[in-house]
Design a protein around this ligand. Structure first.
Ligand code: SF4
Length: 256
């Protein structure tokens, strides 16, 4: 579910809390955690699968909670899906080509007068090609058409070009100097169909575009512009639909 800007306003600006998680979101988080174990414990697929099952049965141990179940999903069906995605991940040959820098890397880097914060699912480098590549794991069914212009990848690549990014990465504290001038690029790993989609290279023009996007976002917050979402896609699961948002409409036909 995409969030509407009004939801962002209630949750992040007014800090009213109430964020809800669907079963597919929690599946994605538990799966990410199991992949992190896989990457950091010598590609031990059995350990990763045991980890997945343990936390899928008890997501609260990771601070996760399923507030609602997406249609057609159950704990059993999603357990099978998560395990199958891990098996396919393990079998994917291109993973052997890169050298791992880290997984679930949290960053805070400056961009103009603002700070960019995020998490990179997996970061690796290819010495032969002199490339540092960001890999984003997706467990949903959606694949965007315009990955080359996807701002998320621009943000991740930009972050890796900043000195602040590297200071806390074990074994790569010298990464800023070491990877200076190397090409940045991204991959979208689609876990459900086991495919890597090339998100393309990133460079200065992409970072300018990112910087404009950040400025526009800041302006929207300053101007207090958060239009209601009337698509009907979000409101059904939104915790603010009654009383706070007031977007729940009276039936106009009833009033006739
Ligand atoms: S009820 Fe609908 S319009 Fe209001 S915040 Fe939630 S999703 Fe947005």
């Amino acid at each position: 579910m995409k969030k509407c800007t009004r939801q962002f306003y209630y949750s992040k600006v007014l800090k009213l809390g109430g964020d809800q998680s669907g079963s597919l979101t929690v599946l994605g988080s538990v799966w990410h955690f199991a992949v992190e174990v896989y990457e950091n414990y010598d590609h031990d697929i059995e350990l990763a699968k045991r980890t997945f099952v343990q936390y899928w049965e008890n997501p609260d141990a990771l601070g996760l909670h399923i507030d609602y179940w997406h249609r057609g999903t159950s704990r059993n069906s999603l357990r099978k899906r998560g395990l199958a995605m891990l098996d396919r991940y393990h079998e994917l040959a291109p993973w052997r080509e890169g050298r791992l820098i880290g997984t679930e890397i949290e960053f805070h880097v400056p961009i103009g007068d603002n700070t960019l914060k995020g998490y990179i699912d997996k970061l690796w480098y290819r010495p032969g090609a002199k490339r540092v590549e960001v890999i984003d794991f997706k467990t949903g069914s959606y694949v965007p058409q315009k990955l080359r212009y996807n701002v998320q990848f621009s943000a991740y690549c930009y972050a890796t070009e900043r000195p602040e990014f590297w200071v806390d990465i074990p074994g790569f504290e010298d990464g800023y100097e070491r990877f200076k001038g190397w090409q940045r690029a991204g991959w979208w790993y689609h876990a459900r169909n086991n495919k890597m989609y090339n998100a393309g290279k990133r460079g200065v023009d992409d970072y300018k575009r990112l910087s404009l996007a950040v400025l526009e976002l800041v302006r929207a917050v300053e101007l207090d512009v958060y239009p209601l979402d009337i698509s009907g896609e979000n409101c059904a699961f939104c915790p603010y639909v009654e009383e706070i948002c007031g977007s729940e409409m009276n039936d106009p036909l009833e009033e006739l």
